[in-house]
Design a protein around this ligand. Structure first.
Ligand code: SF4
Ligand code: SF4
Length: 112
């Protein structure tokens, strides 16, 4: 018993201070996918390969719309891998809680 107590005291704190102090995600961490509108060509490759189907490319009334929902995203990185223009990338962001599903959407548009 005493040995265990000594060992525990020597080990010290092993948990982080999150959320009081924000932790930085390690290199290679696959967090929230981000769309970079300036680079997107609306080719639809990301929507085609997304396993859970949380990216949609739609066309209506002279407008193309690319919608990405983090709700259901499995952070696989396939969208980033296939994007020809580097317009989508997985960020270091891991705080994705929200009160509504709409808050989980990212939408970019272009006129056609
Ligand atoms: S990371 Fe995977 S699941 Fe998430 S949007 Fe990209 S392809 Fe879809
Ligand atoms: S994010 Fe990339 S793969 Fe997706 S539509 Fe835009 S250019 Fe194409």
């Amino acid at each position: 018993m005493f040995d265990i107590l000594i060992k525990t005291l020597r080990t010290g704190r092993v948990t982080s201070k999150y959320p009081i102090r924000q932790d930085i995600a390690p290199e290679g961490f696959r967090g929230k996918p981000e769309l970079l509108p300036d680079k997107c060509t609306f080719c639809g490759e990301c929507a085609r390969v997304c396993p859970p189907g949380v990216i949609w490319l739609t066309k209506e009334k002279g407008e193309e719309k690319l919608t990405l929902s983090f709700c259901g995203c499995i952070f696989c990185g396939m969208c980033e891998e296939v994007c020809p223009g580097g317009a989508i990338r997985l960020s270091q962001e891991y705080e994705l809680a929200s009160k509504t599903k709409d808050d989980l959407l990212t939408i970019i548009r272009r006129s056609v």
